[in-house]
Design a binder for this molecule. Sequence first.
Ligand SMILES: CC(=O)SCCNC(=O)CCNC(=O)[C@H](O)C(C)(C)COP(=O)(O)OP(=O)(O)OC[C@H]1O[C@@H](n2cnc3c(N)ncnc32)[C@H](O)[C@@H]1OP(=O)(O)O
Ligand SMILES: CC(C)C(=O)C(=O)O
Ligand SMILES: [Mg+2]
Length: 541
Amino acid sequence: MSDQPTPDAMTQSAESQSADSPATENLATRQIRIFDTTLRDGEQSPGASMNLAEKLEVASALVDLGVDIIEAGFPIASPGDFESVRQIATTIRGATICGLARCAEKDIDRAWEALKTAPQARIHVFLATSAIHREFKLRMTPDEIVERAVAGVRRAASHCDDVEFSPEDACRTEHDFLCRVVEAAIDAGATTINVPDTVGYTTPGEIFDRFKMLRDRVPNMDKAVLSTHCHDDLGMAVANSLAAVDAGAGQIECTINGIGERAGNAALEELVMAMKTRQDFYHCQTNINSKRLVPVSRLVSKTTGINVQRNKAIVGRNAFAHESGIHQDGMLKERTTYEIMSPEEVGFTKTDLVLGKHSGRAALADRAKQLGMTLTGEQLQEVFEAFKELADKKKEIYDGDIVALVQQKISETVAPEWTLIDYEVTSGKNQTPNVRVTLRRDEQDFTEQVAQGDGPIDAAFWAVEKITGIQLVCKDFRVRSATLGRDAIGEVNLEVEHEGKTYRGTGVSTDSVESTILAMLNAINRVVAGIASDPGELPQP
Ligand SMILES: CC(=O)SCCNC(=O)CCNC(=O)[C@H](O)C(C)(C)COP(=O)(O)OP(=O)(O)OC[C@H]1O[C@@H](n2cnc3c(N)ncnc32)[C@H](O)[C@@H]1OP(=O)(O)O
Ligand SMILES: CC(C)C(=O)C(=O)O
Ligand SMILES: [Mg+2]
């Protein structure tokens, strides 16, 4: 662990900060160890079990990420867990490999058996100390707990120098008793004291006081690194871990995506980016290469089958996505108006200005420009109106929608002779399609109802031809989805013949009958305006 600070160095720098006042001013930058327990506590998430190959892949990704310690498993738990820890210890280089053990000789010896090939190995022994756990779970007296903890740490220290001790449920343990156990564990050879909030019960203020109390009252506390391990039952795991760091913790135990027992553990990515982004406040740094956060998050999500919620801080799909027009306008003018970190810093490729019903003209014009279409003020206004109508019908507007909308609006400006006012369609498996269409020309509405044709689209052709009196011979008809998803918009491209000349039309809507009518009107308006095309292939999507 040559690249890591020694317990003394860590405690010294922790002491250079006044524990009475949370990190505020003139504090030296402290190096915080990142202890990743995705493969142990993370795997305790119901349904998150990983096989050997998957654990090796995650362990290797954790080394690339820059974690200091990998808790690879609980070797006594099963032959599979033992083998994963053994293979990780044998093949993974670049981090300390740790295995969990109860305060029982067989657990500790088994853990060492699995770990012994690792150049840097750590045995992590734990024993619950709170009254509830002592009385109901372990059925042990306080003296027995101290004795058992000391025996466990000694046994682990007989195998290796790097021994971590966790008084399980420490955050619900009486202060005096916690100090007594911690002091005894350090005397027995523990080099890291992890103070877990096993049931996610504590609060930031309370954990700060508890860590400060340990540093003030345990006489040999400077011989070990203080560590925090918080669960998220009340949604405070990250805040509590940071409060513990503020009070002098030199190691944080956490998991990728915050997976773990019940509501999970403190999320590594959130902790790391909080300390990096608010270095001015925390005065801490880690060895984490933050650009690897998103790839590792994706890997763990894929491997465990536990999805990352869209709005998850740092790694969620929406973490750098902006939909509201006012935010997008701000972002386009100056990114830092609405982003406190850059997406590249955590491994995303870019900020996502998502177009939707809350977007404004600035974002629409910007996206159209990126798609190679610079709109005049008038065109932008027209496309924007159509865009808002579409956005009311669809959750998200994709690039394909924008291209289709712009093309439609620009081609509509050719000759808006005939416009669609309304239409109604009824059709069924054994029913003749019935279409009622109302069109407008010169401020006058014309309605036609037809009950014929090979389907609603054919019937719509008949109705439009009847109203306009313009007969078209369909030479080519293509319909394609301009976007993805069930709410995709359909684009119809038509090539028709009228009196020996070829005309084209395009129509876009979430309803294919409407797209067809719009494409027909677009072609008919070209007939009226005399804008013929060369016959040939329709443009390919
Ligand atoms: C807070 C945490 O995350 S702790 C880690 C939790 N993780 C796990 O439990 C996952 C792996 N666990 C397992 O596979 C199993 O529980 C095993 C193999 C460890 C033990 O299985 P079993 O021997 O069948 O025991 P079981 O799980 O039913 O009960 C746990 C026993 O360990 C005892 N125990 C619990 N913690 C400790 C400890 N730190 N030190 C010593 N004994 C302990 C309990 O009192 C209980 O003992 P008892 O059977 O004498 O009452
Ligand atoms: C084993 C210990 C550290 C644990 O996971 C907990 O107390 O939450
Ligand atoms: Mg835990």
